[in-house]
Ligand binder design. Structure first.
Ligand SMILES: Nc1ncnc2c1ncn2[C@@H]1O[C@H](COP(=O)(O)OP(=O)(O)OP(=O)(O)O)[C@@H](O)[C@H]1O
Ligand SMILES: [Mg+2]
Length: 239
């Protein structure tokens, strides 16, 4: 049975820009599934990043509410890895804990480095890593908080096709290992269809369409009739 996770109720948000009001959300409503991967799809400027920032409390909303079950610990993976160049892989992850190292925390960090497939790279500096490897460090850094929810804002957008594919597989693996709830923002419909167990489409300040994808195999054939139809429908709605 699917349990409701985050619930967004009538969210309204405007920005002021050069004395003018820009309305980003005008009654945004949707919910996610607990422990699922919810994909947010929408054109550039439709408010995807703004939504994640509101959810992470980095931005205020004007009206509405967001209900988050659990103890609301949130991890954020940005579009760029945002690693500290003077710290190695291990230190970049340890840094966010902001406390003295214990035997326990050291074990956890090493375990996470293994989870994201970077064993033997603990001592490497960001400049010695590929783009995909850096992004994996960013994912490990988000996981070290042991968040209930991970927000990912186009995390693989800058990667080439093959690295992106590998990272999607990695993410599916990490998700099945950790069962963390993930909100994943992307422009890429195929990526959404591969990862999401729910896809929500943002347009004109609202959620204009939601799709449940009841396929937990994660061996999805995007060339099957079902997914081709779904993709066509998403394309029609996004425009
Ligand atoms: N700090 C800000 N001040 C004023 N306007 C802003 C601010 N942040 C975002 N906006 C505006 O809000 C709208 C939504 O921006 P947002 O970054 O959320 O879009 P997005 O869907 O993430 O786009 P992209 O896919 O290009 O990343 C845009 O019109 C943008 O100009
Ligand atoms: Mg954005």
């Amino acid at each position: 049975m699917k349990i409701v996770g985050i619930r967004v109720n009538n969210l309204v948000k405007s920005y002021e820009l050069s004395g003018k009001q820009i309305k980003v959300f005008d009654g945004l409503n949707f919910h996610t599934y607990k422990n699922g991967i919810t994909v947010i799809l929408g054109k550039s400027g439709c408010g995807k990043t703004t939504f994640l920032r509101i959810l992470a409390n980095l931005e205020n909303m004007d009206e509405g509410s967001i209900d988050i079950p659990g103890n609301k610990k949130i991890g954020f993976v940005f579009q760029e890895p945002r690693l500290m160049p003077w710290l190695n892989v291990y230190e970049n992850i340890a840094f966010v804990l902001g406390k003295k190292e214990t035997k326990e925390s050291k074990g956890e960090i090493l375990q996470l480095i293994e989870t994201v497939g970077l064993q033997n790279f603990e001592k490497a500096y960001p400049r010695q890593l590929s783009g995909g490897m850096k992004q994996r460090v960013a994912i490990a850094r988000a996981l070290i908080y042991d968040p209930d929810i991970i927000l990912m804002d186009e995390p693989f957008a800058a990667l080439d096709y093959f690295t992106r594919k590998t990272m999607q597989d990695e993410l599916i693996k990490i998700h099945s290992l950790t069962k963390k709830e993930i909100l994943f923002v992307t422009h890429n419909i195929d990526e959404g269809l591969i990862l999401g167990n729910k896809i929500v489409i943002f347009a004109n300040g609202q959620v204009i369409k939601e799709y449940d994808i009841d396929d937990n195999s994660y061996n999805r054939d995007l060339l099957s009739e079902k997914f081709i139809k779904l993709k066509q429908d998403i394309l029609k709605n996004i425009n």
